[in-house]
Design a protein around this ligand. Structure first.
Ligand SMILES: C[S@@+](CC[C@H](N)C(=O)[O-])C[C@H]1O[C@@H](n2cnc3c(N)ncnc32)[C@H](O)[C@@H]1O
Length: 345
């Protein structure tokens, strides 16, 4: 994995560990899900999340005057669970909706449901006719990033070199002038030893999503912090995490390809040049979409049908448990929702 010209960047290392063919974590079927998968995301908790995102889509469709063709573009769609659960929730916009799922991993694309269009990258997509809306759940935390460290003489870039016993080690190298300027702007008061992620690739991906698709509305959900400076004051292992088999994994240099590598998304980097109109927690966003009402409805169905014990009763009962997981204040509920809603036409 070492570059021919010496140590490689952290982003190159992460890209190889997650996406190289063969051997990358996502290439070899690592993914979100319940039992047997590596971590859980909101769509994988159960059908309730997709049903609520369907309500959000209906709002956008309404605001756009209920167009006869309505393109929903999901980037980083994983195995397609959000697409599946949105369809199961039967939002009103279904009759106009063409669902486009962009997913980098072929193994994940292979699990997409029928009735949607799948693409390996954004540039393949050319939604014909009608407005587009963009959604991305837990995409940007998985986009490769670089690492910077504040030394006594200024900002340096962490790079990766071969270590002992076929392992990997970090080395510090001079950072480019552009990188130094960006770090000084984002974290002017950094202490010596502080580290931060450089998420320019994620920002560039969001930029191309918005410039290529020109979406009428966008929705991004991820674990995020407002500023890069917040991360500079915290130890790296709190914001650069690895996961495998539903548990925290090892240091990100260990076992490349066998564990997911994720980072807290810094909104000051991601939204640089694309300020959002609404930023909320996932718990507040889902409450606004009526999660409490759907739970109450589920409780009523369960009370009526518990004695029958059919599938409708079982599904209704699980809504309360799903809602608790989706809104939990120390877990998925504190995720950040960034929204550019459609403006009524
Ligand atoms: C953490 S998973 C989330 C999957 C799904 N959205 C969910 O919430 O369960 C992130 C996904 O984004 C995909 N991904 C990463 N970078 C991508 C890119 N540039 N274009 C498309 N997909 C990408 C990964 O392959 C992975 O399947």
């Amino acid at each position: 994995m070492a570059g021919q010209n010496g140590p490689i960047s952290v982003s190159a290392f992460i890209d190889l560990a997650l996406y190289s063919e063969p051997g990358g974590f996502y290439t070899d079927e690592g993914s979100a899900g319940r039992s047997g998968r590596d971590f859980i995301t909101s769509p994988e908790v159960g059908p309730l999340f997709g049903q609520l995102i369907g309500r959000w889509l209906d709002r956008q469709w309404d605001a756009l005057g209920r167009p006869v063709a309505f393109n929903v573009v999901e980037v980083g769609a994983g195995p397609g669970t959000l697409a599946r659960t949105i369809a199961a929730g039967q939002p009103e916009c279904s009759r106009a909706m063409q669902y486009h799922a962009v997913e980098r991993s072929a193994a994940q694309r292979g699990r997409h449901p029928g009735g949607i269009a799948s693409y390996s990258e954004l540039s393949e997509l050319d939604p014909a006719g009608g407005p587009s809306v963009l959604i991305a759940n837990e995409l940007f935390d998985n986009v490769a990033f670089d690492l910077l460290e504040r030394t006594a003489t200024g900002w340096a870039e962490v790079r990766i070199a071969p270590g002992e016993d076929s392992g990997w080690r970090e080395v510090l190298a001079p950072a480019s002038a552009e990188t130094v300027a960006s770090a000084e702007r984002l974290v002017p008061e950094a202490k010596v030893g502080a580290r931060v992620p450089d998420q320019r690739r994620a920002a560039a991906l969001l930029g191309s999503m918005r410039s290529q698709l020109e979406p009428q509305a966008s929705l991004i959900i991820d674990y995020a912090v407002a500023t890069t400076a917040e991360l500079a004051s915290r130890p790296q292992e709190q914001w650069l995490r690895t996961y495998a088999h539903q548990q925290r994994g090892d240091h990100f240099l260990q076992r490349p390809g066998e564990q997911d590598i994720t980072v807290d998304v810094c909104l000051d980097q991601l939204l640089d040049g694309a300020p959002a109109s609404i930023i909320a927690t996932q718990a507040d966003f889902l409450k606004d979409l009526g999660i409490d009402e759907l739970v109450a409805e589920g409780d009523a169905i369960w009370a009526e049908r518990a004695a029958i014990g059919d599938l409708a009763a079982v599904k209704a009962r699980s809504r309360r448990r799903e809602a608790e997981a989706l809104c939990e204040s120390t877990g998925l509920g504190r995720f950040t929702v960034v929204e550019w809603p459609a403006t009524p036409s």
